[in-house]
Design a protein around this ligand. Structure first.
Ligand code: ADP
Ligand code: ASP
Ligand code: MG
Length: 424
């Protein structure tokens, strides 16, 4: 008997009818002779509603209480789904993160899973019971509820699949797979039949919402077979996330993604001396704030005084409050002139392992933005990614014009495939 982990996202369980549809997918899988562990998200946009209520009370609530509140969304779906399966005559039990043995770091809002004690789950599976687990949550070392970060139910599912040595982890969602960009933004987006772990990890990190970045990371480490597919079009095979060896051809660019949840912070008039960058970024790291793009201006002297420069960087919008608390102290310590925040920005990125050593790719991306009159405010590159910071209100236009350049086949022209064997 195979063991399959199936994860259903918010839109797949957004109503009682949809929960009934999900129950049918699960029972069909069971009838085909499989054990099933199901991981569910909160119904529809109910996590957003919980966030909204918390923020009305306190814009910067206690992490412990915030996580305890947010975790309830997944608990509702779990119980309703277990009841639905029971009423269809199937034995099913629901577990919250703690009951399922999910242990996390002692960190709220974005904890990582440290280990999963699968004893309870194994026992139920041994009795041929369908197991349903709340996504997005676990318990820290003292038993507090923690959450894994928005979109984290994908990571719960993959981590469970790894811990249970499942044969497969299927992520069911509201699109038919991973596309060349968000199909809700660019209607010509093309579905990818396969994408490598490395590229998917990078796409997810730069904003392709369809998978949580740590889910892909966990799948790669644990060798979990991962598939993204639709809850509503079951005959579509979806997208497989695979190793490089399983790709026949490789495109230079596999996808375009956008992250609207970024904020840009500039520290102005920073004394130009060794150790200052280490102080700024060290303090942020010590407070668990991740920094993404960094740009430092050339050193300049104003009015013959000691040389200074400006350092600008981006952080996740939900870490902005924390970042500003830390940076206000650092600013006072190092005597920087000003701290300026801009949250009207978005990061648009292209990703593809085939872009290594192909400088023309970056130039094409910049040209497409220039032709559309879109100003690039910051640039960051890695071997398989190029990101540009643009104004938020131009982000969708930017994605469209970049997609037009790298996926011309979407508009009927020849695909820009790179043949691995020929190496071009
Ligand atoms: P779920 O609730 O199932 O977890 P999400 O909303 O988190 O679903 O992710 C699915 C959404 O991701 C899609 O509706 C789509 O708008 C968005 N998306 C962004 N980039 C991509 C992409 N490259 N491919 C597919 N979907 C994408
Ligand atoms: N319900 C959580 C969220 O909306 C987790 C998830 O859906 O993956 O972010
Ligand atoms: Mg999701």
């Amino acid at each position: 008997m195979a063991l399959i982990v199936q994860k259903f996202g918010g839109t797949s369980v957004g109503s009682i009818e949809k929960i009934q549809r999900v129950a049918k997918i699960i029972t069909d899988t069971v009838e085909q002779g499989n054990h099933v562990v199901t991981v569910v998200s909160a119904m529809g946009h109910s996590t957003d509603a919980l966030v909204e209520m918390a923020k009305q009370i306190n814009p910067d609530p206690s992490g412990r209480e915030y996580d305890a509140l947010l975790a309830t969304g997944e608990m509702v779906t779990t119980s309703l789904l277990a009841m639905t399966l029971n009423s269809m005559g199937y034995p099913a039990v629901g577990f919250n993160g703690g009951q399922a043995g999910v242990k996390t770091e002692d960190l709220h809002n974005r904890a990582r899973i440290l280990e999963i004690n699968t004893q309870n789950l194994q026992q139920q599976l041994g009795n041929n019971t369908i197991v349903i687990v709340t996504g997005f949550q676990g318990l820290d070392s003292t038993g507090n509820i923690t959450t894994l970060g928005r979109g984290g139910s994908d990571t719960s599912a993959v981590a469970l699949a790894g811990a249970l040595k499942a044969d497969r982890c299927d992520i069911y969602t509201d699109v038919t797979g991973v596309y060349s960009t968000d199909p809700r933004v660019v209607k010509e987006a093309v579905k990818l039949d396969r994408v490598t772990y490395i590229e998917m990890m990078e796409l997810a990190r730069v904003g392709a919402q369809v998978l949580h970045p740590r889910a892909v990371e966990t799948a790669k480490h644990g060798n979990v077979k991962l598939c993204v597919r639709s809850t509503f079009e079951l005959d579509n095979p979806g997208t497989l996330i695979v190793g490089v060896q399983d790709m026949e051809t490789q495109r230079s660019v596999v996808g375009v993604a956008c992250d609207n949840d970024q904020a840009r912070i500039a520290m102005v008039g920073v004394p130009d001396r060794p150790g200052i960058a280490a102080e700024i970024f060290g303090s942020l790291a010590n407070n668990n704030v991740s920094v993404d793009m960094i740009i430092q201006s050339l050193s300049h002297k104003d009015g013959g005084e000691a040389p200074t420069n400006d350092i600008a960087f981006t952080v996740n919008a939900d870490e902005l409050n924390e970042a500003m608390k830390v940076l206000t102290d650092v600013q006072a310590q190092i005597n920087a002139t000003d701290l300026v925040v801009d949250d009207g920005i978005a990061k648009v990125s292209i990703v593809g392992a085939g872009m290594v050593d192909r400088p023309g790719i970056a130039a094409d991306m910049f040209k497409s933005l220039a032709a559309a009159g879109i100003n690039i405010r910051m640039i960051a590159t890695s071997e398989i990614k190029i990101s540009c910071l643009v104004d938020k209100d131009q982000a969708n236009h930017a994605i469209q014009v970049i997609h037009d350049i790298f996926f011309p086949e979407a508009a009927g022209a020849k695909p820009a495939l790179v043949d691995k064997k020929l190496g071009y």
